[in-house]
Write a protein that binds this ligand. Sequence first.
Ligand SMILES: NC(=O)C1=CN([C@@H]2O[C@H](COP(=O)(O)OP(=O)(O)OC[C@H]3O[C@@H](n4cnc5c(N)ncnc54)[C@H](OP(=O)(O)O)[C@@H]3O)[C@@H](O)[C@H]2O)C=CC1
Ligand SMILES: O=C(O)C1=N[C@H](C(=O)O)C[C@H](O)C1
Length: 271
Amino acid sequence: MSDIGLVIVGAAGRMGQTLIRTVHAMDGMHVAGAIERPGSPFLGRDAGELAGIGIINVPITDDPLAAFAGADGVLDFTSPDASVEFAGYAAQARIAHVIGTTGFTPAHEAQVAAAAHHATIVKSGNMSLGVNLLAVLVEQAARALDAGDFDIEVLEMHHRHKVDAPSGTALLLGEAAAKGRAIALAENSVRVRDGQTGPREAGTIGFATLRGGSVIGEHSVFLAGPGERITLSHEAGDRGVFAHGAARAALWAHGRKPGLYSMLDVLGLNT
Ligand SMILES: NC(=O)C1=CN([C@@H]2O[C@H](COP(=O)(O)OP(=O)(O)OC[C@H]3O[C@@H](n4cnc5c(N)ncnc54)[C@H](OP(=O)(O)O)[C@@H]3O)[C@@H](O)[C@H]2O)C=CC1
Ligand SMILES: O=C(O)C1=N[C@H](C(=O)O)C[C@H](O)C1
């Protein structure tokens, strides 16, 4: 089978540069395009040179439609507004769209779901194998441990540049816990605590956010009961784990029928 060509949008970002290095190094795919926004100082630069792997003859442009027209898939770690826009273009070009962007509002989520009627979209708050396996374990633990006895709290830490909270991964893990408990996360989550909060309400799922330094991504789910506590954790040591997952998702999605898929689908972990 011939290589698939992937366009990397947000090519100059932390994930964009990691994706360029990962796709260039992986068998079965190549970097077919690299996109940044109009006015970006990176326009015209070679994507490989920017990512530190030398010239690969892929200039960074601000024309996603032209780039998508000649490609097989898009890898997108940008911003929610940009990802919604790219979903429309990917649907027009009939190519797979892998969305790693986080921080979506319910309105953004609805727009992505609408685009998925015509596009093959894989979207996940975390593309790593480890976090998706962790989500399966969290769901099982939440199901096994009674809500009256075991309180669930999700703690995350990321680098100082991160702009959304709780992280996409924290929300993904919260959703897994809620699924295990057969409750809706939106109606049972506590996202902020400050001042005279009163005692903890049984059955809720709490979130706490830390930001600082260069931390790539750390997540823990605590199940705290009477006299004992279980902690399920994941630490990302390299952004390559997200990029590798995204590239794998693009291979999986290529040629698949339109729909909104998750990394659990890609990894065969969806129960
Ligand atoms: N799902 C997962 O596994 C992971 C998800 N993420 C998520 O990915 C996103 C990006 O993270 P990160 O790489 O650290 O962020 P960066 O800010 O380093 O990179 C984002 C890049 O996207 C560019 N961009 C934004 N809007 C557009 C647009 N309309 N057209 C073209 N380019 C655009 C930005 O340009 P400019 O600076 O000009 O705005 C920037 O270069 C975040 O939402 C993060 O949470 C990160 C890691 C893993
Ligand atoms: O912004 C990041 O860096 C990360 N974002 C994702 C998230 O919001 O969970 C995934 C990863 O933890 C890194």
